[in-house]
Ligand binder design. Structure first.
Ligand code: AMP
Ligand code: ZN
Length: 115
């Protein structure tokens, strides 16, 4: 399957790793929308929010555990935002489930990804 984020998770394409465990991989976004902009992805391919099923949804809680841990380790005391874009109206460009962790400045309104 020709999927950019599968290749990043498999280390076929380089990325700036922030966190990794058995289930998920986190790396710096190549075009940061905030001073802290990290992408969290499942190692297994899931196309996006719409691809989450009862069979694969356990990895989502693992990803959120990882987000909480990374945010704590980074000391993001000013707060942070977690975003997942699903489909055309939301501007999804990579069709492998991912969660953006944004922080490091006031992030603006809800409909603005990075303020
Ligand atoms: P989305 O628009 O929600 O699908 O988010 C895709 C994100 O992937 C964007 O914020 C891009 O900047 C980011 N991105 C695309 N290619 C790479 C890459 N090779 N390494 C890191 N981030 C990437
Ligand atoms: Zn993939």
């Amino acid at each position: 399957m020709d999927c950019l984020f599968c290749k990043i998770a498999n280390k076929e394409i380089p990325s700036k790793k922030v966190y990794e465990d058995e289930f998920c991989y986190a790396f710096e976004d190549i075009a940061p929308a905030a001073p802290v902009h990290i992408l969290f992805i499942p190692k297994e391919h899931i196309s996006g929010m719409g691809g989450i099923t009862p069979e694969n949804s356990a990895v989502v809680s693992k990803i959120f555990e990882a987000i909480s841990r990374v945010a704590g380790d980074m000391g993001l005391d000013g707060g942070y935002r977690v975003v997942s874009n699903c489909g055309a109206d939301a501007g999804q460009t990579v069709f492998h489930l991912h969660f953006h962790l944004l922080a490091g400045k006031p992030l603006g309104g809800m409909c603005s990804i990075g303020g």
